[in-house]
Design a protein around this ligand. Structure first.
Ligand SMILES: *Cc1c(COP(=O)(O)O)cnc(C)c1O
Length: 437
C-alpha cells in the first residue's frame, strides 16, 4: 500500500484549536467501575475449594493494599502522592486530534487518540507498574517476579522497580525472548533479570519443557513460573500486568484524563476503540466513559479490538478458568480460549493471552461494551496508515484499535467523535513492521 503525500490545501486549517490537549494536572483518584455496575462481577474463586477468595489466599503473592483494591467497590480511590509524582514523569499523557488522518480517510468524523507511548517504557503499562511497586515497597517487599509476553510489561515493571528500589525477575515467553531482544535489553538497563519461559529454574517450567521441549511458550506458562518463585520466597511478591481488578483500577488514569481533556475542548466521545489483550488499557481508557454512561445516561460506545488469532472476547467461552497453565492462580470468571490455548506467535505479543479481564468480560456480558476481532494484516495496514498521517508508529497491539477506528471512520457519515486508545509506540517493534512491508 502506498499513499502519496497529501499536498492539498487543508479544508480545515491544521492549526484548528484542538491539536494536543494537555490538562494541567495528573488525576488525584483512580476510578473503579465496580461502584457503578448494575450487578457485581462474579468473584475470583480459590483453585482448591472453589469458594470465593479471601485476603489470606492472596497474601503470599500481593501486598494488602492491592488485595483491598482487588475487591473494592469504592468509586474513587486516592492515588498516593508518591505515585502521582512518579506519574508526573510522563503524565498527563496527550490527547491528540488526528486531523491529518481524518483528511487521509476523507471522513467527517473527528478522531482523537490518547497516546500512552509517551511513558518511559513506551506503553500504558507503567501506570500500574509504578503503583504496584509502590505498594509493595511500603509493605516491605524487596523483590517482584512477573511474566512478560512481548516484553512491555517486563520492561515497565523493571522501570518501576528501579524507581522504588526493588529487585525485578521476569519470565519472558520464549517466542518473544528470541524475537524481541531489545525488550530484554531495556529490562536489563533498568536492572531487571530476564529468563526465557519455560525455563528450567522452576518446577512448573521443567514440567512444561518435559512435555514439549520445543514449546514457544505462552503467558500462561510464564505466569506459572513467576508465581511459583514469588510464593516460595518470603521477601518476594508477584506482579501481574493486566487482567486483575487492581490493574484496571490503576489504568483508569487514562480515561479520567481523556474525559477531562475532551471536556476542555467541549467534545464528547461517541465511540471509543481500544485494543484488548488482557483488557487493561481498554478498561483504563473506557471504564470512566462507561461509568459516566451508567451514572449520567451518556451513550458513549466502547469497542474492544482483539486479534483474530487470539479471540477470547469474540470466540471464547464465558466461564471460570485459570489464569495460568499449571493452575496455580485463582479461578477467574472470564472469556477464555482455555488455559492450555497456545496462540500462534503473532507480532502483537501483548495480545497473546488466553483469557480476558473478569471486569471486561462482565461488561461485555452486560452489554456495556462490544468486541470485534481484527486480523494481523488489517491491523498493520492501519498502523502504517496512521504512522504516515500522524507520525507516531503505533505498537503492534495498538494497531488493532487503530484498525477498528479507521474502519468505523471510513463508514461514518456524520461529525461523530471517535477516540482511539493508542496504548504504546512501536519503535522497538520495527522488525514486525519490516516483516509486514
Ligand atoms: C501489553 C500491551 C497491550 C495489551 O494489554 P492490555 O492489558 O490488554 O492492555 C496493549 N498494548 C500495548 C502497547 C501493550 O504493551
Amino acid at each position: 500500500m502506498t499513499t502519496s503525500p497529501d499536498v492539498r490545501p487543508a479544508s480545515r486549517p491544521l492549526t484548528e484549536p484542538v491539536g494536543t490537549v494537555v490538562p494541567s494536572q495528573v488525576p488525584t483518584h483512580w476510578y473503579n467501575l465496580a461502584a457503578d455496575l448494575p450487578e457485581p462481577a462474579p468473584p475470583a474463586l480459590h483453585p482448591g475449594t472453589r469458594e470465593p477468595l479471601g485476603p489470606d489466599d492472596l497474601a503470599p503473592l500481593f501486598p494488602m493494599a492491592l488485595i483491598a483494591q482487588e475487591v473494592s467497590t469504592e468509586r474513587y480511590v486516592e492515588i498516593p502522592q508518591t505515585v502521582r509524582e512518579l506519574y508526573a514523569l510522563w503524565r498527563p499523557s496527550p490527547l491528540i486530534r488526528a486531523l491529518r488522518l481524518e483528511r487521509a480517510l476523507g471522513t467527517p468524523a473527528k478522531i482523537y487518540y490518547k497516546y500512552e507511548g509517551v511513558s518511559p517504557a513506551g506503553s500504558h503499562k507503567p501506570n500500574t507498574a509504578v503503583a504496584q511497586a509502590y505498594y509493595n515497597a511500603i509493605e516491605g517487599t524487596t523483590k517482584l517476579t512477573t511474566e512478560t509476553g512481548a516484553g512491555q510489561w517486563g520492561a515497565s515493571l523493571s522501570f518501576a522497580c528501579s524507581l522504588l528500589g526493588l529487585e525485578c525477575e521476569v519470565w519472558q515467553v520464549r517466542a518473544s525472548y528470541d524475537a524481541k531482544p531489545y525488550r530484554r535489553m531495556q529490562m536489563e538497563t533498568y536492572g531487571g533479570v530476564c529468563h526465557p519461559s519455560p525455563s528450567d529454574l522452576t518446577e512448573a517450567g521443567r514440567a512444561m519443557l518435559a512435555a514439549d521441549p520445543e514449546t514457544t511458550g505462552s503467558l500462561g506458562m510464564a505466569i506459572s513460573e513467576a508465581v511459583e518463585v514469588a510464593a516460595q520466597d518470603p521477601n518476594a511478591h508477584y506482579a501481574l500486568g493486566s487482567v486483575l481488578n487492581h490493574v484496571l483500577l490503576h489504568q483508569s488514569v487514562i480515561g479520567q484524563e481523556a474525559l477531562a481533556q475532551l471536556d476542555e475542548v467541549g467534545a464528547s466521545a461517541d465511540v471509543v476503540f481500544g485494543c484488548a489483550g488482557g483488557g487493561s488499557n481498554l478498561a483504563g481508557l473506557s471504564f470512566p466513559f462507561i461509568g459516566r454512561n451508567l451514572r449520567d445516561g451518556t451513550t458513549t460506545r466502547v469497542v474492544a479490538c482483539e486479534p483474530a488469532a487470539c479471540p477470547s472476547l469474540t470466540q471464547g467461552e464465558y466461564r471460570y478458568d485459570f489464569g495460568d497453565v499449571a493452575g496455580l492462580t485463582p479461578l477467574l470468571k472470564m472469556h477464555t480460549l482455555g488455559k492450555d490455548f497456545v496462540p500462534p506467535p503473532i507480532h502483537a505479543g501483548g495480545l497473546r493471552y488466553h483469557g480476558m479481564a473478569p471486569m471486561v468480560s462482565h461488561a461485555l456480558e452486560l452489554g456495556l461494551l462490544e468486541a470485534i476481532a481484527v486480523d494481523q494484516e488489517t491491523a498493520f495496514a492501519a498502523g502504517i496508515e496512521f504512522a504516515r498521517a500522524e507520525g507516531i508508529i503505533p505498537a503492534p497491539e495498538s494497531t488493532h484499535a487503530v484498525a477498528g477506528a479507521i474502519a468505523h471512520a471510513r463508514a461514518a457519515t456524520t461529525e461523530e467523535t471517535i477516540v482511539i486508545g493508542l496504548s504504546g509506540n512501536g519503535v522497538l517493534d520495527l522488525p514486525a513492521y519490516h516483516d509486514f512491508l
